[in-house]
Write a protein that binds this ligand. Structure first.
Ligand SMILES: CC(C)(COP(=O)(O)OP(=O)(O)OC[C@H]1O[C@@H](n2cnc3c(N)ncnc32)[C@H](O)[C@@H]1OP(=O)(O)O)[C@@H](O)C(=O)NCCC(=O)NCCS
Length: 219
């Protein structure tokens, strides 16, 4: 992914200092914690339990070719503690299906569990809108629950937008569940809902209607 951020950015943040920088291998455990340590209804519904959602999500971050790994991540540090993460870029790809990924799935769900997972994954795919071609895509944004509603998520979005501008992108995109209050944050930052996909099986598994594609045109 082309994060395009070579030097850390510092911002005065109340009495504290917020630093945005590219992640390093040593950040992997913290990225895993922020990415998967507090799973939402969607992840729990698809994985089948909170424990499985945490185990699979943290395992995904640790895979060598992970699309959710440190290479793809910008971290927001508040006085030295990583409080938030952003995974974004113009060339977002899914984690490749390698033997390690299959092993992680078998270890987490077991062979029968994987069979039970398949219809859930298909339902998840049905509600996933297609990302616009050539968009700078926000694939993931997470802030530690202890540090939410302080503007860190907004700072990470601004950082993504600056990188998109620098990279010459004309459009940004993201997807979010129809139940996620983060939509208000995205609308404040100029994103608008461009498409909504719903699915009855997805709703049965997760309790959520579906997912929105949100886009922002850059000028
Ligand atoms: C979305 C998230 C990254 C925002 O980070 P943040 O540092 O709290 O963001 P800010 O302080 O800049 O903005 C606060 C906004 O976040 C949203 N928000 C608040 N609580 C939230 C929650 N539990 N989950 C999702 N979004 C939330 C609201 O839109 C809020 O603005 P509002 O009070 O005007 O409605 C953070 O809430 C989070 O990590 N949520 C869980 C993971 C998630 O849903 N990620 C987005 C996936 S698309």
């Amino acid at each position: 992914m082309d994060l395009l951020i070579l030097r850390p950015q510092y911002t005065a943040f109340g009495m504290q200092r917020l630093t945005l920088r590219k992640a390093a291998p040593a950040d992997t455990d913290r990225i895993a914690e922020l990415f998967a340590g507090d799973p939402g209804d969607e992840a729990i519904g698809i994985a089948g339990s909170r424990e499985k959602a945490i185990a699979f999500g943290t395992g995904m971050v640790r895979l060598p070719d992970s699309a959710q790994g440190w290479r793809q991540t910008v971290v927001a540090e508040l006085d030295g503690l990583v409080a938030g993460i952003l995974m974004a870029g113009g060339d977002h790809e899914d984690t490749p299906v390698t033997p390690r990924l299959v092993y992680l799935a078998l270890r987490t769900f077991g062979p029968l569990g994987i069979l039970r997972l398949l219809p859930r994954l298909r339902a998840r795919v049905r509600v996933q809108p297609k990302t616009p071609d050539g968009a700078y895509h926000i694939a993931e944004i997470d802030v530690d629950p202890a540090f939410r509603n302080k503007g860190i998520g907004g700072a990470l979005l601004d950082h993504g937008e600056a990188a998109a501008h620098t990279g010459g992108y004309h459009i940004m995109s993201l997807t979010t569940s129809t139940a996620n209050p983060a939509r208000r944050l995205y609308e404040r930052h100029g994103f608008q809902v461009a498409e909504t996909r719903t699915d009855t099986a997805y709703k049965r598994y997760t309790g959520i209607d579906g997912r929105h594609l949100m886009v922002k045109e850059l000028r």
